[in-house]
Each structure stands twice: as structure tokens, then as C-alpha cells.
Design a protein around this ligand. Structure first.
Ligand SMILES: Cc1ncc(C[n+]2csc(CCOP(=O)(O)OP(=O)(O)O)c2C)c(N)n1
Length: 344
């Protein structure tokens, strides 16, 4: 249903294919496999870290995506904050049609890990067992050492970046070469050689999948055309407003401070402090906001009261911090990001 863009799909007919999220399955909705996705994994990992959960977050990017500034920011923040994130680069040699020699100048993308102060490894991304074993080991490493890890999976795609773009730009001999490395065929062969499967079971499994695909596809075709409803759309975008009796901070303000005059900056500071007291899941992130107290001293004394985990100095990585805030909210945290604006 998702594939057919139906209302009953995960994203209720707003888009199709792999651009969907589902928190039940721990999948974050994506725009593309590009840089901005990666910092969301930072935020999710920060949530795991703050809750002391033994979990790791994982994000994919293509080789093309690694040229984006967001790639740099996300890896840098993960390294500086010691976040358990696995960053996977699927290096298939082309960013849409642009070959990697027009994309970057380093020999291997995994070399970038060193620059961020994290571990990294390049592996055969078409060998199922290599991928499984490597990621399993890295997951343990990230959780145990509370560190990120960069994995460059060398792979290929036999079709276009998407169906419309085709593969005219790829030399034919590359297809012949990579056909030999088909991960599914090779794994099947391995299972047959080791006696786990025989030809009859393989045929039975294939038939079972075919039937499943056909029956699920039939369900997709049966769905009604999407009917847009503005009210429902908006409900999915904005959280419900809390009822006034639930807004305890406002109650307190009315009791004690109503009508008092103060500078805007002090009001922001007071508001933030009250929110930090009221919401133990609120995290503040910003440049120089910790010990220094912020460029405008809005968070002066906050570190002493709330600790470094919740009052976080950020590297100069605004884009990644927006992503981290999104990731935190996916995991039920609240966040505030302070960001300096240039005064011209
Ligand atoms: C900010 C932004 N720039 C460009 C695009 C269009 N775009 C999406 S994916 C992509 C290519 C990414 O290359 P790579 O990560 O190597 O993926 P692959 O071609 O292998 O699928 C491009 C140009 C976009 N969606 N958003």
C-alpha cells in the first residue's frame, strides 16, 4: 500500500516507495539517502545515550551524499559527543550519474573516519556474511565504547539511481563484473554448497515469495484513490495543544511573577529554566551555552543546576544540531537549540 502511494500506507498516501518512516519498526522517514539524514541518527543516538540504553542508531548515505556539508557535520557531532552511531556509506561508484572521481579526491571514503577521530572500515558490501558479521561486531563496539563508527560498503547498482534515470552512463563491462558479485545469487550458492539448502527448497522459497508479492500487489491495486483532507493533514503536522489546566509553568507564573517587568533576554532565560525544571527530558543545545553561559548569558548557571548532559555545548554545526533535535524528538525528548545569527 505504501508502494502504491495509497492512503492505507505508512505515510497515508503522501509519498511512496522507501520514503517512509515507522517508529514501531525503528525506521526514520527519509527524504533521500543524503547528508541531512545522518544527523537525525545523532539525535536518536543521543537519546539512547541519555537514557543509558544499550542501543545504537544506524544511518545510510550514498557516495554522492558524502560530499554534502551535512555529512561532515553529522560525523563531527557524533565523534565529539561520543554517540553510538553506525554511519554506512553504500559506495556504488556513482552519485546518480556522477562517477566517484568527480565526487571526491580521497582514495577511499573510509579514510575520512580518521579526520573525525573515529574508527572506520571498508568492506565488500555485496557479501552478505561479511556485512552481517561486520555490523554485528561494530554494533557491540559502539555500545560498549559509546563511539560512532564509519563503514564503507563497496557495492554497485545494476539499475538506475531511480527507474527514470536509467544506466546509460555505466560502461557495460562493469555490469558483467558486478553480475558475478550478485549478493543474493552468491549467498544462495553458498547455502547450497554447505548443504543448508537444496535446489528444491530454493524453488519452493522463490515460489512462496512470488505468491506473496502477487497477493500483496493485488491488495495495493485494490486501494481507493487518495482523498486529501486538510484538517487531517494538519493534525499530522502539529501536536495537539495542551489544555490550559495542564500548563503548570503558566500557572506558576500567574501565581508569582505576573506583571513583573524584565528584559526580554531575562524572560527567555527564566522561561528556559522553568522548562528545564518542569521537563526532565528537555535538552538544551547551542554554541557556548554550557560553562560560558551563552553569548547573551541566557543559560548562565544552567550547567551547575542541570548538568552537562542536558546543557550541551555544540560544535559549530548548526545543520547537524537541527538534525539531532529531530532525532531526539523521535525518541520522545524535547530540545531547544540556541543558534547565533550574524548581525550585519
Ligand atoms: C539537497 C539535495 N540535493 C540533490 C538531490 C537529488 N539527489 C537525490 S539522491 C542524489 C544522488 C546521490 O548520490 P548517491 O548518494 O551516490 O546515491 P545513488 O546515486 O547511488 O543512488 C541526488 C543528486 C536531493 N534530493 N536533495
Amino acid at each position: 500500500m505504501q508502494w502504491q502511494g495509497a492512503q492505507e500506507g505508512y505515510s497515508k498516501g503522501r509519498e511512496r516507495s522507501f520514503h517512509f518512516g515507522n517508529s514501531e519498526h525503528h525506521i526514520c522517514g527519509m527524504i533521500s539517502h543524503l547528508g541531512p539524514q545522518l544527523a537525525i541518527a545523532d539525535g536518536v543516538a543521543l537519546a539512547h545515550k541519555l537514557k543509558k540504553e544499550k542501543k545504537v542508531s544506524l544511518a545510510f548515505t550514498g557516495d554522492g551524499g558524502t560530499s554534502e556539508g551535512d555529512f561532515h557535520e553529522a560525523l563531527n557531532v557524533a565523534a565529539v559527543w561520543d554517540l553510538p552511531v553506525i554511519f554506512i556509506i553504500e559506495n556504488n561508484g556513482y552519485g546518480l550519474s556522477t562517477p566517484v572521481n568527480e565526487q571526491y579526491r580521497c582514495i577511499s571514503l573510509v579514510d575520512k573516519a580518521k579526520g573525525y577521530g573515529m574508527e572506520g572500515v571498508q568492506i565488500d558490501g555485496n557479501n552478505l556474511l561479511t556485512v552481517y558479521d561486520t555490523i554485528r561486531g561494530i554494533k557491540e563496539y559502539c555500545i560498549k565504547h559509546q563511539k560512532p563508527f564509519l563503514v564503507e560498503c563497496m557495492t554497485f547498482r545494476m539499475r538506475g539511481h531511480e527507474e527514470a534515470s536509467g544506466t546509460k552512463y555505466v560502461p557495460q563491462d562493469l555490469f558483467r563484473l558486478w553480475e558475478q558479485k550478485d549478493p543474493i545469487k552468491n549467498y544462495e550458492q553458498y547455502l547450497i554448497e554447505t548443504g543448508v539448502l537444496d535446489e528444491t527448497t530454493v524453488t519452493a522459497i522463490r515460489n512462496e515469495f512470488k505468491e506473496k508479492i502477487e497477493s500483496e500487489l493485488a491488495m495495493g491495486f485494490e486501494t481507493r484513490p487518495v482523498q486529501a483532507n486538510t484538517e487531517e493533514e494538519l493534525e499530522d503536522v502539529f501536536a495537539a495543544k495542551p489544555a490550559m489546566q495542564d500548563v503548570k509553568v503558566l500557572d506558576r507564573l500567574e501565581d508569582s511573577n505576573a506583571g513583573s517587568e524584565k528584559r526580554l533576554i531575562d524572560a527567555i532565560s527564566e522561561g528556559l529554566k522553568q522548562s528545564m525544571q518542569q521537563h526532565s527530558n528537555l535538552v538544551l543545545m547551542g554554541q557556548d551555552i554550557a560553562e560560558y553561559g551563552g553569548a547573551f548569558k541566557i543559560t548562565e548557571g544552567f550547567v551547575q543546576e542541570f548538568g552537562k548532559e542536558r546543557v550541551r555545548n555544540t560544535p559549530l554545526c548548526e545543520s547537524a544540531i537541527v538534525g539531532a533535535a529531530l532525532g531526539l524528538s523521535l525518541k520522545g525528548f524535547k530540545s531547544m537549540m540556541e543558534c547565533s545569527l550574524p548581525i550585519l
